[in-house]
Each structure stands twice: as C-alpha cells, then as structure tokens.
Design a binder for this molecule. Structure first.
Ligand SMILES: N#Cc1c(N)ncnc1-c1cnn(CCN2CCOCC2)c1
Length: 286
C-alpha cells in the first residue's frame, strides 16, 4: 500500500496524511492493538469495516450535531487514493482542540479505579455499591489530554478543560459529548451492543465545533455484547475478547513482543467486526 502524500501522523492503527491546504486523509489499517501492543498479525478488513462504520455514524449523528450548531469533518469516503479505497476518508483540516472528550455510561477500567478510590468519577458523585461493569445513573463526561504517541492520555477535571478552551466551549464540549454518546448508546442497544464508553475529538471552525477523528468504533469505544452483560467483573470485549483470551492462554508475558495470532482467532475477530457493522447499520459489509 502506498499513499503518495506527506505523512502527518501515525497512530497505533491509523495514519494521517496531508491532502492539501484544507484537507487531510485518514487511513485506517488492519492492525489491531491489545494490552497496549500493536500485534504482528493484521485482521483482514478491519480498517475497511471501522472506516465504513465511522462514515455511517457521522450520518446518524448529524441531527445531534446540528442541534448544537456543530458539524463533522467528513468530506468524502470515495475521493481517496485507490490503494486505500474503502479504508480511508478525506476530511476537513481543523484546529483540533486539546481535549479527548470521553463519555462513560458504565463503570470500567480507570473509571472503576477512580470510583473505588473516591466514590465518584471526576466531579460527579456516584451511589455506593457500584461495581466493574455497572451502568452509571447517567453518562459522565471524563475528559483527558491528548498524550504523545504511545503514552496514555492524562485524565483532567472540568476546570482544566475550561483553562484549555474557555468556559463556554468547555460546557459545549461536555453537553455535545454526552448527547452524542446517548444517541450512540441508543442505536447500539438496538443492535444488542452495550456502548460502555467512547472518545470523541473535536476541532473548531470559527465559533462552531466540528466532530473529528473516527467515531463510535470499537477502537475508540468499549463495545460489550448486551446478552452477556453482567456487572461484577471485567466485561468481555465485543471485538477483542478472542484476541485477549488467546494471548493470555499463549503464555505471552505481556512485556516482550506479542506472538502471531492463529488463523482461527484472526477469522473469528474479523467476523466480530463485520457482525458489529452489520448489526449496527443493518447493511451487509460485503
Ligand atoms: N481527525 C482529525 C483532524 C482534522 N480533521 N484536522 C486536523 N487534525 C486532525 C488530527 C490530527 N491528529 N489527530 C488526532 C488523531 N488521534 C490521535 C490519537 O490517536 C488517535 C487519533 C486529529
């Protein structure tokens, strides 16, 4: 694969290229990460499935964005280089805001640790008795700062968001993030998927917010199968559980480079991505 454009940024599973003064090309690879490692074995069609899913979500979320006077950055999913057709989108170049806008509807990961320590998540006090996987009384905005490549994002509180983007925009980011999460969770629930949490990135165009990055994919969100949701333990990941279980069973030490995945795990994982797309969108991936 070659994209004859200057590389702007390379993440674990995606690249961003310079496509002109007001355009960027976002390319999703078939790479998969687990336990903070990029695995050596690609998942065929993962990049295409997640790109098509993002494009579909941009359309589904447009009414919510419009109600806030906001838009999204997607320009085209077809006007892209042939080598990356189907797994790349042409987007508007934005002034990205330095805040990772995370919405949590369920207690998980670092959220559980914060709750166990403080009885709350950021400035939101929570009822006693919640456990890993519990649904929160209402979704919570848990922003973080964007970390350098390979580092973990740093949790920040709302006053810090205000210091970064101003009070009015901070409030707008919180309310829009929660509104987008609620709509996404509603649609996901109809597809038998729990949207436990998700991360949005926004840019600014004049006074308006613009939704950027990828949206509501299994890479930017925690997707859990609704039919096995059972608070009290770490929930199985909708898309990565086969990979996680195999890596654990393989004896990998989670420090050295991870091993290649067996074909059956690759095939089962690809199927999970395709099934998630087809259930959410009602469209066949093929
Ligand atoms: N989207 C977008 C976008 C845009 N539409 N305009 C200008 N810049 C960007 C852009 C540049 N870097 N990123 C972060 C990308 N994330 C980093 C962490 O890892 C996940 C990806 C966003």
């Amino acid at each position: 694969m070659s994209v004859d454009l200057p590389l702007v940024a390379r993440g674990k599973v995606r690249e961003i290229y310079d496509a002109g003064p007001d355009r960027l090309l976002l390319v999703a690879s078939d790479r998969i990460s687990a336990y903070d490692f990029v695995l050596p074995t690609p998942i065929p069609d993962k990049g295409a499935v997640l790109t098509r899913l993002s494009v579909w979500w941009f359309e589904q979320l447009t009414p919510v964005l419009s109600s806030f006077g906001a838009t999204h950055h997607l320009v085209s999913a077809s006007d892209v280089p042939a080598d990356v057709a189907g797994r790349a989108i042409l987007v508007r170049r934005l002034e990205m805001l330095p805040v990772e806008c995370v919405a949590r509807g369920y207690l998980s990961g670092s959220g559980t640790k914060e709750y166990e320590r403080t009885g709350s998540i950021r400035d939101v006090a929570l009822p006693a008795g919640l456990v890993e996987g519990s649904q929160l009384p209402s979704p919570v905005f848990t922003p973080s700062t964007k970390a350098e490549m390979g580092e973990h994002d740093e949790p920040i509180d709302f006053p810090r968001v205000i210091s970064l983007v101003g009070a009015s925009r901070a409030e707008e980011l919180r309310e829009l993030t929660l509104a987008l999460y609620r709509r996404g969770a509603e649609i996901a629930a109809d597809a038998g998927i729990v949207l436990a949490d998700t991360k949005f990135e926004f840019g600014a165009a004049g006074d308006s917010l613009v939704l950027g990055d990828e949206v509501l994919t299994p890479d930017s969100s925690r997707f859990w199968p609704a039919d096995t949701w059972s608070p009290g333990a770490v929930q199985p990941s909708y898309d990565k559980q086969f990979v996680r279980d195999w890596l654990t069973s393989s004896g990998w030490d989670r420090v050295s480079e991870p091993p290649e995945l067996p074909e059956d795990v690759v095939a089962a994982t690809r199927e999970r991505y395709v099934t998630a797309y087809e259930r959410l969108t009602g469209q066949t991936f093929a």
